[in-house]
Write a protein that binds this ligand. Structure first.
Ligand code: CAA
Length: 282
């Protein structure tokens, strides 16, 4: 896995590019417009520089990592990639299109992974002619700080593909890995999203304030951030997509996404990334 491709340079894609580059891989990030490409480059360099300021990485190593990341607008440049991790928006039709294109461009031995948190991995795998080389590689936000990667094998992912990607995540990226089946939510979101939605329902019912819900879970359970701050960090749109996927998969009434979450997404209050979610950010 010397040559890595990342589709999408948003919060997750930039984080994935950063950890791969810091681990020594040559990383190519695909973006769709020059302004998005510039923003992706800025995300990676800002975060790596923050690592220097926090004393986590030397200036020389940071410079070398930044030099290993390049952003391109041309998907044809992905031909030589050993591993491609897709971190595009959670839109099924968009992901099918991306996997279909990657399949025709990336060399036959290349492994294609998706960082989706809400779309069944088998669906994107079947957009390719190499479904045994497709799997889920699910990182957590913020990627440079969260140790976990969920590895999701579909019914047709080959054991060799899962083993190679697990080895890369564990031994090259230094992440903790867990294996999960191709079910909505995998392990983490199947537990986390219902909890977050319950907090939103509690707020909507007027039962407690946002500040008190967050303070309760931080102070009472030792969580690093309260649920509503966490939804703002993840993004309300991402949280809604994950909740919709769980509800579609299991059809249990308690998994129905909260109306307040829908209304906030529809009104553009997507969380920290736009400066407004359950809280306001400068
Ligand atoms: N590079 C390297 N290291 C960095 C860094 C950077 N850019 N920025 C910070 N750090 C280091 C700090 O030096 C510090 O290290 P030490 O503990 O050794 O001192 C550590 O990271 C924590 O940094 P801070 O003190 O600045 O930040 P914090 O204490 O406020 O913690 C946090 C930040 C780790 C994000 C914490 O708030 C947290 O764990 N939040 C919960 C996040 C979470 O639950 N994420 C999962 C979301 S779900 C998801 O992503 C999946 C999905 O599909 C929806």
């Amino acid at each position: 896995m010397k040559l890595v491709g990342v589709v999408g340079g948003g919060t997750m894609g930039a984080g994935i590019a950063e950890v791969c580059a810091k681990a020594g891989s040559d990383v190519l990030v695909l973006e769709t417009k020059q302004e998005f490409a510039d923003a992706a480059t800025k995300r990676v360099t800002t975060s790596i520089s923050r690592g220097v300021a926090k004393g986590k990485i030397s200036q020389d190593d940071a410079d070398a990592a930044i030099a290993r990341v390049r952003v391109t607008l041309d998907i044809d440049e992905f031909a030589d990639r050993d591993l491609v991790v897709e971190a595009a928006p959670e839109i099924e039709s968009l992901k099918f299109e991306i996997f279909g294109k990657l399949d025709t461009i990336v060399k036959p031995s290349g492994i294609l992974a998706t960082n989706t948190s809400s779309i069944p991995v088998i669906k994107v795998a079947t957009a390719t002619k190499r479904p045994e080389q497709v799997l889920g590689m699910h990182f957590f936000n913020p990627v440079p700080l969260m140790p976990l990667v969920e590895i999701i094998s579909t019914l047709v992912t080959s054991p060799e593909t899962a083993a190679a990607v697990t080895d890369y995540a564990k031994n090259t990226l230094g992440k903790t890995t867990v294996q999960a089946g191709d079910r909505s939510g995998f392990i983490v979101n199947a537990l986390l999203i219902p909890y977050l939605c319950q907090a939103i329902k509690m707020l909507d019912s007027g039962y407690a304030t946002a500040e008190d819900i967050d303070a309760a879970m931080k102070g009472g359970c030792g969580y690093p951030m309260g649920p509503l701050t966490l939804v703002d960090t993840i993004g309300l749109d991402i949280t809604l997509a994950a909740a919709e996927s769980l509800y579609a998969e299991f059809a249990e009434p308690h998994l129905a996404p909260p109306a307040l979450l829908r209304r906030m997404v529809e009104s553009g209050r997507l969380g920290r990334k736009v400066g407004r979610g359950f809280y306001k950010y400068d």
